[in-house]
Design a protein around this ligand. Structure first.
Ligand SMILES: [Fe+2]
Length: 423
């Protein structure tokens, strides 16, 4: 192919990808009723309608305003409402009050999306060969995929607050059971490389690729199950400070935690709230919706520890990037070895807590301008999670992908993989 033909083919691919990912957001809203779009059940949760508008604002602000000649924003006032945290862009409507906004209406927000989609499609036709523009649109699409996961996490939390336990979508299959796991995976350690390699897209926090020293380590060949975690719960661990970090124990007491976020005990039996509604706890499925504090306490109770992010990434290097992602439609972690799951459950199902603080890699450079606020300013007091979950898009994931949460958070799909030092 000649260079111009190659460029034209690339433009078509980006235009197709833009349409496909924008359509996915709309498709994720299909099971929802108008009332569902508005509620904010806690400060960390955003209403569905806010997600839909915010990702659209992102394209308007970082793609259309600077690059589409003569572009006039759909409504100048949306900037204040739908800017999440970009101080370089301007003031923001307070995050904990996003649920107060009943206007613009859901209908108006869908019209906002349509207008911006048309403008981006037109811009791609005219200027799709501009690499800087293609890079920004690719960032906008990865940002939208992050918000698709947030949308599902958030609507799950909204529904969990309702004693009717509504289902986002009914379950299609009967609960799967697990197959026998391999023995723990053994690694010699040594000088390894971590971080994103290559020229294709990654977030700034995955660069630069750099050397890291690992001692020999062992990694469990699957995630911790509900059944195993239930033993921890039944042992009285939530009433016993011995295995908890000080901040973790303080949180257990303050919040009155007795089990993972969506576990419900009824007449001595355990259930779990899922996007399919309230279901009997499947002992073979990975435990999900635990905080870093709970993951760390469970590891300590087990006589083990959580892996570092470097250990996790090194272990993943020869594992196919496949697993139970959003694309499988399960919307919930599946037992190890279930159809659609990945090898050793390393990818998909649940994000895996690591013991690594979320901080800059050696040589990290924050991008210039407002986009520099995307990741860099959050590198404090959070822990890194790896591997993606059942609500993450498969083509959004990379071995080097670093997600991050505060240690007390547990509304995200996070689970536990144990590691240990060989004796
Ligand atoms: Fe965002």
């Amino acid at each position: 192919m000649r260079a111009t033909e190659q460029q034209a083919a690339q433009n078509v691919r980006l235009a197709d990808r833009f349409k496909r990912i924008r359509d996915t957001s709309r498709r994720l809203c299909e099971p929802l009723e108008p009332e569902d779009f508005v509620v904010q059940s806690m400060p960390d949760v955003s209403p569905t309608r806010w997600h839909l508008a915010h990702v659209t604002w992102f394209f308007e602000t970082f793609v259309l305003r600077p690059h589409a000649e003569g572009y006039r924003p759909v409504d100048e006032r949306y900037e204040y409402l739908f800017n999440s945290y970009y101080n370089a862009v301007g003031e923001q409507f307070p995050r904990p009050r996003r649920g107060m906004l009943t206007r613009p209406t859901v209908r108006e927000i869908f019209a906002y999306r349509d207008a911006v989609d048309e403008a981006v499609a037109r811009l791609l036709e005219q200027r799709g060969d501009d690499p800087a523009l293609a890079e920004l649109i690719t960032l906008g699409l990865n940002h939208e995929q992050q918000h698709q996961e947030l949308l599902l996490m958030d609507i799950k939390h909204v529904f969990s607050c309702n004693p009717l336990y509504p289902a986002y979508r009914p379950a299609e299959d009967s609960p799967a059971t697990s197959v026998q796991a391999d023995p723990a995976l053994e690694f010699e350690g040594g000088l390894v490389e971590v971080g994103h390699a290559g020229e294709d897209f990654c977030f700034d926090n995955e660069r630069p690729r750099h050397k890291s020293w690992l001692e020999a380590y062992r990694l469990a060949s699957r995630m911790v199950t509900n059944g195993e975690y239930l033993e921890f719960v039944s042992s009285g661990a939530y009433r016993d400070p011995r295995h908890w970090l000080a901040d973790g124990w303080a949180t257990v007491r303050e919040e009155g935690w007795k089990a993972p976020l969506y576990w419900v005990e009824r007449d001595g039996s355990w259930f779990e709230f899922t996007l399919h509604g309230l279901e009997p706890l499947n002992p073979d499925a990975p435990v999900c919706h635990v905080s870093y504090f709970e993951a760390d306490a469970f590891a300590s109770w087990s006589g083990k520890r959580l892996p570092t992010e470097q250990e996790w990434e090194h272990a993943s290097s020869d594992i196919e990037l496949a697993g139970n992602f959003l694309d499988s439609g399960a919307l919930h972690p599946l037992p190890h070895g279930a159809d659609g799951g990945g090898r050793h459950q390393l990818f998909g199902d649940c994000w895996e807590w690591t013991r690594s603080p979320y901080t800059a890699y050696p040589g990290y450079a924050r991008p210039d301008g407002a986009i520099g606020e995307y990741n860099g300013k959050f590198m404090c007091n959070q822990f890194v999670c790896r591997g993606g979950a059942a609500v993450t898009s498969h083509d959004h994931m990379r071995r080097s992908y670093r997600n991050f949460f505060y240690p007390s958070m547990r509304w995200q799909f996070t689970g536990i993989r144990l590691a240990e030092d060989p004796r």
